[in-house]
Design a binder for this molecule. Sequence first.
Ligand code: HEM
Length: 147
Amino acid sequence: EKEKELIRVSWESLGKNKVPHGVVMFSRLFELEPALLNLFHYNTNCGTTQDCLSSPEFLDHVTKVMLVIDAAVSHLDNLHTLEDFLLNLGKKHQAVGVNTQSFAVVGESLLYMLQCSLGQGYTGPLRQAWLNMYTIVVAAMSRGWAK
Ligand code: HEM
């Protein structure tokens, strides 16, 4: 349908440059919620935020995040097949001290990155389509916090 098409077409270009787009997203995230930087244990001694953002381990995480988004985009027709993977991913994030409330800020940062890279292509319907997919992904991850 229309929503899936908007996501697929926009990801076609973004997905080719995952790391730079992911860096834009996470720079925004740390601007909005600087404390999240401390959850990356390998980032505790890296000096400025910019130095942290360019550390190899950090860029690895950025790549991992973008690959999860990539997987979600490729599974738009059957997102439920990612449920177990996302639940376990949620558990790992609970273990490193992430709070489910932070996912709202991650979502804002994702939209910010889309806006920066798509420019005119960032329309109301496109924003909503991405938000809907992100909400499904985060809901599945959040189940990892349940007892
Ligand atoms: C692993 C932090 C959001 C995907 C990790 C790790 C940390 C972390 C500390 C373990 C070390 C590492 O692998 O680098 C955070 C924080 C987030 C966040 C603070 C924002 C609140 C996300 C999101 C996704 C994601 C939104 C994907 C949708 C992953 C993946 C791993 C990981 C795939 C590897 C898990 C594994 O080892 O099996 N994250 N993360 N993260 N994160 Fe995140």
